[in-house]
Design a binder for this molecule. Structure first.
Ligand code: SF4
Length: 282
């Protein structure tokens, strides 16, 4: 299913040369952002509220800086690492946002990981463009591909994530990637659920996620500290939905545990790369 795309004329596009691409992450490992900015425009996005973005004069969702030269920098930075590292792509942009089709920064970065297979890479996106790289991703022994979702209701997904494929389409992408032998996961964050969350809702949601072939499901609540627009929660309330409480998240997670989904995706250990290779389908 095709989804609406924000017209490129609504985006201020700039090509920049970054000085560094790997940043240490508070979660351990490194973050990697092939672009600055994101046109997807999720109503709950926390990125424009991050400390370093407070100084940004441009309005979030209206600009994208393309980090030309970033793959070459990544190659240099990874080659200097003495130990295998884990890299998260991405934490402040969508690596498969529409301009990736033209600039291929994310793809060129994955090609770098192919030359340095001891390093692990976690992709996180909402876009079906990730399927363009299925064959390449399947060749990476330490790659995990995740889709982030926020709401199981496709109509509401279109309201709060206007320029992304609906949730069912994202799960369908994960299903195809899983079938190609790629380790996949779902990040349900921030989680929005029906106000009257029933057992049926929990069972059906986890059934849909398990059927996608994802190996792991992580959940998180809406981060109120990042000044979310009040309009978002009002709009959801009109449709009988609300941000999930910690207790609701725990209920969903318990059902996911029961179905054998991990709470986080584990990548292969670097030393077992050779053992894994014969299992890859390409
Ligand atoms: S796709 Fe991610 S980075 Fe882009 S607006 Fe949505 S939450 Fe923010």
């Amino acid at each position: 299913m095709n989804h609406r795309r924000k017209p490129e004329r609504a985006i201020e596009l700039k090509v920049i040369q970054p000085k560094s691409v790997l940043n240490r992450s508070g979660m351990g490992g490194f973050t990697l952002n092939p672009y600055v900015g994101c046109p997807v425009g999720c109503a709950y996005c926390y990125v424009p509220h991050m400390a370093h973005k407070q100084l940004e004069e441009r309005k979030w969702g209206t600009y994208v800086d393309v980090k030309e030269g970033a793959p070459e920098l990544l190659e240099q930075q990874l080659a200097r690492k003495r130990q295998p590292v884990t890299v998260f792509m991405s934490t402040a942009t969508d690596p498969y946002q529409p301009v990736e089709e033209r600039y291929r920064i994310t793809r060129r970065m994955l090609e770098v990981f192919e030359r340095h297979p001891q390093h692990g890479v976690f992709i996180l996106t909402k876009q079906s463009l990730v399927e363009r790289d299925t064959a390449l991703l399947a060749r990476l022994p330490r790659a995990g591909v995740g889709m982030s979702i926020s709401i199981m209701n496709d109509d509401l997904a279109q309201v709060i994530e206007p320029w992304a494929p609906v949730t069912s389409e994202r799960l369908a992408v994960i299903k195809r990637l899983s079938a190609a032998g790629i380790a996949t996961y779902i990040l349900w964050a921030p989680a929005f659920v029906p106000v009257r969350m029933t057992e049926r809702f929990v069972l059906d949601s986890i059934e849909a996620i398990a059927r996608s072939g994802a190996r792991a499901l992580s959940l998180d609540a809406l981060n109120y500290r990042s000044r979310q627009p009040a309009g978002l929660t009002r709009r959801l309330a009109r449709e009988g939905h609300a941000p999930a409480t910690k207790a609701q998240i725990e209920l969903i997670q318990s059902e996911a545990d029961r179905r054998g989904l991990g709470r986080r995706l584990e990548l292969a250990e670097p030393e077992s790369i050779e053992e894994l290779e014969p299992m890859l389908p390409f």
